[in-house]
Ligand binder design. Structure first.
Ligand code: ATR
Length: 283
């Protein structure tokens, strides 16, 4: 019986059902994880369904912000980043949590052995993904976070939220037209996090002028997109350590699994599930 769902609009492309069912199966719990297309206006009604029929939910675009308002209660980290990607449902109470930030933090350890604490980051993007992960990084002890985004106001909102949390993390905005500032930041940062949606389509432009990247730079590049983007291709050409978004999806899903079951998932089984064709049982 389906007790867990991933919901989104669109959602058919989701790799979560195969990945999560691989974790459930390796714990002898069958395949209780399905998929449902939920439009934004259907979200309140979905919450009432979930309250009585489900044990857990993952939410993807565009539901993460609204879900933070609809949940009965939020974990501290979901409150801090005002975003929810996981619902934990127990005895009719819906708790919202955000595992995106910890997912990216563990992906950086897995891919590059790079801790967040004490390090400097350059985030390209200031949408939902950048918000949840950057705020987590500030709370996890990042020293400095700079944002590069087409719309300055969205980056400034995240910076204000981080400042209000008084984490001690220094934050700022870089206008991508100010090439010399960006060039200087690339020499200072430990890691670029590409968190815009650019790269999903093959003809998307790069998130910034890639000619600013140089072979001897002491940084790593993580692209939250699962494809071999122009940014990742350029990094590979220059010999800069780089990784796509796969491990972040695995790690955020693994954290959801722990919250639901209290068990440790088989990460290699989840990685193998990720490689299967996307989609799952509609329920
Ligand atoms: P997600 O939840 O995946 O982060 P989102 O909240 O829609 O999705 O955010 C998308 C991000 O990609 C934003 O940073 C957006 O920039 P704006 O804040 O200026 O909208 C960025 N983005 C999307 N399309 C873009 C484009 N064509 N050029 C530059 N940035 C783009």
């Amino acid at each position: 019986m389906i007790k867990y769902l991933v919901i989104g609009d669109p959602v058919a492309h989701s790799r979560s059902p195969k990945m999560q069912n691989a974790a459930f199966e390796s714990c002898g719990m069958g395949s209780p994880y399905g998929i449902r297309h939920v439009k934004p206006e259907e979200l309140p009604e979905f919450f009432e369904y979930a309250r009585t029929h489900l044990a857990g939910v993952n939410l993807t675009v565009p539901h993460k912000l609204r879900a933070a308002e609809l949940a009965d209660t939020l974990t501290l980290r979901a409150k801090q980043c005002k975003s929810v990607n996981t619902l934990i449902i127990k005895e009719g109470l819906i708790t919202g949590d955000s595992t995106d930030g910890v997912g990216l933090e563990r992906a950086l350890m897995h891919n590059f052995d790079l801790p967040v604490k004490g390090k400097s980051f350059l985030f390209a993007g200031a949408g939902g993904a950048a918000r949840a992960t950057a705020i987590h990084f500030a709370c996890a002890g990042a020293k400095r976070i700079m944002f590069l985004n087409r719309t300055a106001s969205k980056a400034l909102e995240i910076i204000e939220d981080i400042d209000n949390l008084q984490t001690g993390c220094f934050c700022g905005f870089i206008d991508s037209k100010e090439r010399e500032f960006l060039a200087a930041e690339l020499k200072n940062t430990c890691c670029i996090i590409q968190a815009t949606s650019l790269g999903l389509k093959d003809d998307d432009p790069a998130p910034f002028d890639l000619s600013l990247l140089e072979a001897n730079m002491q940084l790593v590049i993580f692209d939250t997109i699962y494809k071999n983007t122009k940014l990742l291709q350029k990094a590979a050409e220059l010999g800069i350590p780089c990784a796509g978004g796969k491990e972040m999806l695995i790690q955020q899903g693994a954290e959801s699994f722990r919250l639901w079951t209290g068990m440790e998932p088989d990460l290699d089984a989840m990685r193998a599930g990720f490689e299967l064709p996307p989609g799952g049982v509609e329920a």
